[in-house]
Design a protein around this ligand. Structure first.
Ligand SMILES: Nc1ncnc2c1ncn2[C@@H]1O[C@H](COP(=O)(O)OP(=O)(O)OP(=O)(O)O)[C@@H](O)[C@H]1O
Ligand SMILES: [Mg+2]
Length: 333
């Protein structure tokens, strides 16, 4: 299967008065055609910086090393004018904050119509606000098709939804509108940032259902701290710690039989605090300015060996899985 997205050894740094923050410190991952990859890790491990860097929106952070290749094309240092054409259309983002991501002054139909116009005209998403809607038969049928994919039959409920202002909708509905907007662009890659965060139990169930429906029909990168969301939406998962992927593989295997000591602690912490954002699993959060030598997790690792304080563990691959841990000898799960 072809890789739609290939990230290799990506380093993204922020210069601060306290020193250089190494937010991404050698991220490597691939998302293959039609596959959904989940990214999991505790707060501050570099998930948001990673997807912002794919879109060249990581400023004031700098990409200091590594590459981002989309459909075989290196986009790491693409000009801004070319990135504007990719953003939204080729790489679409479903942002985390559904409450503020829609324009409060326009009904949903107008906002979807704008998305369609952008797809057809080649404009940028910055022009979304403040234009007038025209509307057409073909646009209406596209809206219906997209909402059908999300589990909405054409009828009075959908008509009412299209006529609503964002504040008249529930959080779950607004999120589905954002997904619909992204799908209208027919993107090569859809990035969903924390799709179930800040949703209550019933709405989260709807959201999981939507993600499940999308799985397999398009190529997705799903960023979440929520095991339930990752299991529902993803085929594979990459676990990040200290700005790097420390383990990756097929979802059921990684989530039920993790190899990396960090993944085991992370999943145990998740079980203890169901649904809340993942805080540091270790007593102290990792200082991204003064990285420890060797494996960045070794000061907190219950299974650390002397070598862990000296050498950075290599990314060892076996059977489509990867583990960056000196303890891992390559055995299959
Ligand atoms: N503008 C900035 N200046 C300095 N440091 C930054 C900046 N933006 C992000 N960072 C740092 O980069 C690291 C990674 O941040 P990032 O937002 O990617 O974490 P995250 O994994 O998305 O966390 P969360 O789960 O809380 O959303 C953090 O230590 C953060 O403080
Ligand atoms: Mg984040």
């Amino acid at each position: 299967m072809n890789a739609v997205l290939k990230v290799t050894d990506l380093h993204v740094y922020f210069d601060t008065s306290a020193g250089t923050v190494r937010a991404n410190n050698g991220v490597s991952l691939q998302v293959r055609e039609g596959e959904s990859l989940g990214i999991m890790g505790e707060s501050g491990c570099g998930k948001t910086v990673l997807f912002l860097s794919l879109l060249h929106l990581q400023q004031p952070g700098r990409i200091v090393r590594g590459s981002v290749v989309l459909d075989g094309r290196d986009i790491t240092h693409l000009r801004e004018s070319e990135m504007e054409r990719l953003r939204g259309r080729v790489i679409a983002l479903v942002p985390q904050n559904q409450a503020t991501a829609l324009n409060p002054a326009y009904i949903i139909r107008q906002q979807l119509t704008e998305a369609l116009k952008i797809r057809h005209s080649g404009g940028s998403l910055h022009s979304l606000a403040g234009r007038q809607n025209t509307g057409s038969q073909s646009a209406e049928s596209e809206f219906r098709r997209v909402f059908e994919d999300l589990g909405f039959e054409a009828g009075p409920v959908l008509d009412r939804l299209l006529r609503s202002y964002p504040h008249q909708l529930s959080g779950g509905m607004r999120q589905r509108v954002l997904i619909a907007m992204a799908l209208l662009m027919k993107p090569r890659l859809l990035i969903a940032d924390e799709p179930t965060t800040a949703l209550d139990r019933a709405i989260k169930a709807q959201s999981l259902n939507t993600l499940q429906r999308l799985r397999g029909s398009l190529t997705m990168l799903v960023i979440s701290h929520d095991v339930e969301a990752i299991s529902a939406a993803c085929d594979r998962v990459a676990i990040m710690y200290g700005g790097r992927v420390v383990e990756s593989g097929a979802c059921p295997e990684v989530l039920s039989q993790p190899h990396h000591p960090y993944t085991r602690l992370l999943l145990a912490a998740q079980r203890r605090r169901r649904g809340e954002p993942l805080q540091a699993v270790a007593a102290e959060t990792l200082n991204l300015i003064d990285f420890p030598c060797g494996c960045p997790f070794h000061p907190a690792c219950p299974e650390a060996m002397p070598v862990c304080a000296i050498e950075t563990p290599p990314e060892r691959c076996t059977d489509g899985a990867m583990v960056a841990c000196h303890r891992f000898t390559g055995e299959a799960r």
